[in-house]
Design a protein around this ligand. Structure first.
Ligand code: GCU
Length: 412
């Protein structure tokens, strides 16, 4: 079993967490193309500027998805389906197989669906430590993929000992009660979260003849994880108990960066939710508050494409900033959440990205985000929502209650 440095926590001393030291900065203009063309209408945005912005994020930040077609299969086995929550819901495990033969990678989607006479909306998101950590349910299988050593986990192998240890992050009973299905997958099944020059996970399946690692502008791990979520949505489109047009993609922290990139690249997703996603997620890079481009690239060299390294300590040269990522989601709903003690993720910068996406949401008739709300107050402004929870970097019942409220409003 390969070993990996401790990349669980990239927090570093000597990082700016003082608002008065945020440098003056100018954000790239969301509405103006490099040749000076202005974006004045939905048509301009959809047919031209959106494509440019997407291409910039692709080439400079998260990397291209490779062109190569790889066989994807879904396996549903009736023995991997059972009733839960006193018969109110069905739980099942679906194998998502990438590639075939000797070269294949399988991720398991754990799906819990309230019994209903019509297809239900769904929250879909990755978990950090394996599906079995999201619930006490003993029938949920334990991942065989690499997992990070911590608490009960030794030698990078998940075990029965860590079952349910992340259950507070997945309030399944409440989600089901509100009429939503919940789908979760272990992100390490798709690509283990450590830098091995992209030899494990799904990257090698996509290499061209003779290729041994992604090129400078090809996907890193966030790209691969986003691709995995799109495959899970492909499965959901085949599952008649779920309304695949009402799938909200959700993620916390590095998985919040992933949910944003997923929502930006795959317009089938209904709602995109970023929980405490910080640098490389919702936070504006140019503020250099909390984690910076250099720090994230040093500690997590595999998350972004190699081109992104060029911007270490050169935030002003990145041709995009994260407000443009929010705009890529428009006019679909997007929700960003921060936590007061999570300065590493720059709560203000997370809010500002959303606020600076105003011009694109305005094309769709939406009003400006206005001022950042106080702690524990959510703003739901049409298609955009935000809250700043009191407390630490985490995803809690409070966060989920706001996401459900936001989703409920958009269901109407
Ligand atoms: C580290 C990293 C962050 C990331 C976080 C997480 O703190 O520096 O960018 O969001 O881990 O995923 O928990």
């Amino acid at each position: 079993m390969a070993t990996a440095p401790d990349q669980a926590n990239g927090q570093r001393k000597g990082i700016n967490q003082d608002e008065s030291k945020v440098p003056e900065y100018v954000l790239p203009d969301l509405m103006t193309s490099p040749d000076g063309t202005k974006t004045n209408s939905i048509a301009d945005w959809k047919t031209s500027r959106r494509k440019e912005v997407l291409e910039l994020f692709t080439n400079h930040v998260y990397g291209n998805f490779p062109d190569k077609n790889v066989t994807i299969r879904f396996s549903t086995d009736s023995t991997k389906q059972w009733e839960v929550l006193g018969g109110k819901a069905i739980r099942k495990e679906i194998g998502i197989q990438f590639g075939q033969g000797e070269e294949q990678v399988t991720a398991t989607l754990l799906l819990t669906i309230p019994k209903s006479d019509k297809p239900v909306p769904c929250f879909l998101g990755y978990n950090f430590d394996g599906n079995h950590t999201t619930t006490d349910d003993k029938r949920v299988s334990i991942t065989k993929s690499w997992v990070r050593n911590k608490n009960q986990v030794k030698q990078n192998q998940a075990s029965e000992d860590d079952r349910g240890c992340q259950a507070s992050r997945w309030p399944c009973a409440e989600i089901i009660k509100q009429g939503y299905a919940l789908g979760t997958m272990y992100y390490g099944d798709v690509d283990p979260d450590y830098h091995d020059e992209f030899q494990n996970g799904i990257h090698p399946l996509f290499y061209a003849e003779g290729q041994t690692k992604p090129t400078k502008n090809q996907w890193g791990s966030i790209g691969a994880w986003a691709y995995g979520l799109s495959q899970a949505l492909n499965y959901l489109e085949t599952d008649t108990s779920v309304n695949a047009k009402r799938v909200a993609v959700i993620g916390h922290s590095r998985l919040g960066k992933t949910s944003l990139w997923t929502g930006a690249t795959d317009q089938r997703f209904w709602i995109t939710i970023s929980n405490n996603s910080g640098c490389g997620g919702a936070a504006l890079h140019r503020r250099k508050f909390g984690e910076t481009v250099q720090v994230i690239n040093r500690v997590f060299p595999h998350w972004f494409c190699d081109q992104f390294v060029e911007y270490n300590e050169k935030e002003a040269e990145i041709p995009v900033d994260q407000h443009m990522l929010m705009a890529l989601i428009a006019p679909r709903p997007v929700y960003v959440a921060s936590a007061t003690a999570d300065l590493w993720a720059d709560p203000k910068g997370e809010f500002l990205s959303l606020a600076h996406s105003d011009p694109v949401y305005a094309l769709y008739g939406e009003s400006a985000m206005g001022k950042m709300p106080n702690a524990d107050q959510a703003v739901i402004n049409g298609s955009r929502g935000y809250h700043l929870r009191k407390g630490k970097h985490n995803i809690t019942g409070y966060d989920w209650s706001k996401y459900i409220e936001f989703a409920n409003q958009h269901l109407k």
